[in-house]
Design a protein around this ligand. Structure first.
Ligand code: PMP
Length: 378
């Protein structure tokens, strides 16, 4: 780590905590990809459509109407009320509290900051969305990864065995990035029972909840009260740059949400105000057609890859997590990239280096082209 630090006199000026996070895996892919001409880009984490016109107009309207100042720390009142109404209707929560955050990323940081003390343990199924690991580490917590290979179902027994006196939180992400797997009703119910035994809070990251291809995505919030529900606008409406999401809790975790609002006050201050205004309309906007188009992309990727590769059929999101045909997935990823296809090695999202992630959030032509190339490399 030595070279990473600058010195002022005898003092390091970069904080030690920065050494606990590492972005080298993804950076390497981008560096390798930078020299490619018009590659098939299977590395993107955002939809290939644009924000629906109607919602763009709502944001423009808000800007022109002068909604350009800070909102309340916890978010625009009307937006919060509408979200509270929706989660009340969906989960039967008695008294929901809502915080509008700057993306699910913002919500995750606030939640972890409000909950995690040094040495607290956070149980996370592996593979996982990479931010969980780095944020927990940044805060001095300890990730306890529970292996969900090879089918990526929720590893109930593994989670049960991982609970200790130090367990502070369990993190769920369904539909899952990077696997595209959707947890079943029975799985989330079983997890709810385990968490309930010791009253452990569960953070459920449902940013891909609209991208569910084989029926509804069951939420643990239906079966358990001590849940931090994180849902975003980034993926559902292709507004990743608008930085909008929400965190909702029922009464039993309202004290946690209060602390998160306090931290937001001294960090993000509030989510972008004009986009919060537009988000009120987004809550009623139907993205069914876009999801249908993504279901077709999912089918194409799965049907055309599964002859030559080992891949579990994804039920949601826009990712497939594919087993590398050679031992180390990083090796295969380098080969794919040198053949003009950008994919991400699984060890960015996992303690293992056996798989790679494909994001099929691109045009059907590019998907076809990329799959043909990958199939030729086996
Ligand atoms: N959670 C998951 C599982 C994600 O894949 C992402 C984005 N890649 C995020 C959270 C963060 O999204 P945002 O901050 O744009 O809401």
């Amino acid at each position: 780590m030595g070279g990473f630090y600058y010195h002022v006199g005898m003092k390091k000026i970069i904080a030690e905590r920065t050494s606990k996070i590492d972005a080298s895996g993804i950076r390497k892919v981008f560096a390798l990809g930078a020299s490619l001409k018009d590659p098939v880009n299977f590395s993107i984490g955002q939809p290939d459509f644009d924000v629906p016109e109607e919602l763009k107009n709502e944001a423009i309207k808000a800007i022109k109407a002068g909604d350009n100042k800070y909102s309340q720390t916890a978010g625009d009142q009307l937006l919060r009320e509408k979200i509270a109404e929706q989660v009340k209707g969906e989960f039967g929560w008695g008294k929901p509290s809502v915080l509008v955050a700057s993306g699910v990323s913002g919500g995750l940081l606030l939640a972890f900051m409000a909950l995690i003390n040094p040495d607290d343990e956070v149980i996370i199924p592996d593979p996982y969305f990479v931010m969980y690991k780095h944020l927990v580490n940044l805060l001095g917590g300890r990730c306890v990864f529970v292996d969900s290979y090879p089918d990526f179902k929720l590893p109930i027994e593994g989670v049960k065995g991982a609970v200790t006196e130090k367990t502070k939180l369990i993190v769920l992400n369904s539909p899952c990035n990077p696997t595209g797997i959707v947890y079943s009703r029975d799985e989330v119910k079983a997890l709810a029972e385990i968490a309930a035994e010791k009253g452990i809070p569960v953070l459920t990251d449902e940013i891909y909840e609209k991208f569910c291809y084989d029926g509804a995505c069951p939420s643990i919030a239906n079966y358990y009260d001590r849940v931090l529900l994180l849902r975003g606008f980034s993926k559902s409406y292709a507004m990743t740059g608008w930085r909008l999401a929400y965190v909702a809790v029922n009464e039993s975790l309202s004290d946690v949400l209060e602390q998160m609002i306090k931290i937001q006050q001294y960090t993000f201050v509030c989510a972008p105000t004009p986009f919060q205004k537009a988000a009120v309309a987004a809550l009623d906007y139907d993205v069914g057609d876009l999801v249908d188009a993504y279901r077709k992309k999912r089918d194409m990727v799965y049907n055309e890859l599964s002859d030559k590769f080992e891949v579990v059929k994804p039920g949601g999101a826009f990712y497939a997590f594919v087993k590398s045909p050679v031992g180390a997935a990083t090796e295969f990823v380098e080969k794919a990239i040198s053949n003009n296809v950008l994919v991400i090695p699984g060890n960015v999202f996992s303690e293992k280096d056996t798989h790679f992630r494909i994001s099929y959030a691109t045009s059907n032509e590019k998907i076809k082209e990329g799959i043909e190339i990958l199939n030729r490399l086996v």
